[in-house]
Write a protein of this length. Structure first.
Ligand code: IDP
Ligand code: MG
Length: 160
């Protein structure tokens, strides 16, 4: 049987991608999911979720000393977010490229932030910055049993 994608399984990474409350309110959920879907990464988890304050603080704990931290927590908890797990070889760095620079005015056209946002404090999407943080964040945002392992029908057309 022709399952060449299994050969690359050792290098497979996971990343936590989240449509932030502004992306949900602005009707950009489908557009944002579509960027990762069309690229060829594999969706392994997806839910609409109202984030509690404690979780937002834990997720962004490395930024807790920053002056904008309270506003960041208000922003992330201001409405539902869309939590996603995406899997693939090199998905962590590639997703960061698809997302673009933190400041949307500096993000390249063609990136999500470059195309769809104008302010750092309303930059519509989150993506993990390392494979380690990918694992850490997925464990924070998803419960046991919420992620789904499957083989896309297009596997042989994505992976040689
Ligand atoms: P990233 O999301 O591109 O990884 P980080 O530096 O990790 O950027 O910051 C996390 C989030 O905190 C940003 O996406 C943005 O929502 C918010 N943030 C970062 N810097 C600022 C700022 O200077 N003002 C307001 N919000 C900020
Ligand atoms: Mg970050």
């Amino acid at each position: 049987i022709f399952l060449p994608h299994l050969v690359a399984s050792l290098e497979v990474e996971e990343t936590y991608i989240m449509v932030k409350p502004d992306g949900v309110q602005r009707g950009l959920v489908g557009e944002i999911i579509s960027r990762f879907e069309k690229k060829g990464f594999k969706l392994t988890g997806l839910k609409l979720f109202q984030c509690p304050k404690e979780l937002a603080e834990e997720h962004y704990k490395d930024l807790s000393a920053k002056p904008f931290f309270p506003k960041l927590i208000d922003y992330i908890t201001s409405g539902p977010v869309v939590c996603m797990a995406w899997e693939g070889v090199g998905v962590v760095a590639s997703a960061r490229k698809l997302i673009g620079a933190t400041n949307p005015l500096q993000a390249e056209p063609g990136t999500i932030r470059g195309d769809l946002a104008v302010q750092t404090g309303r930059n519509v999407v989150h993506g993990s910055d390392s494979p380690e943080n990918g694992k850490r964040e997925l464990a924070l945002w998803f419960k046991e049993g919420e992620l789904c392992q499957w083989t896309p029908a297009q596997a042989p057309w994505l992976w040689e």
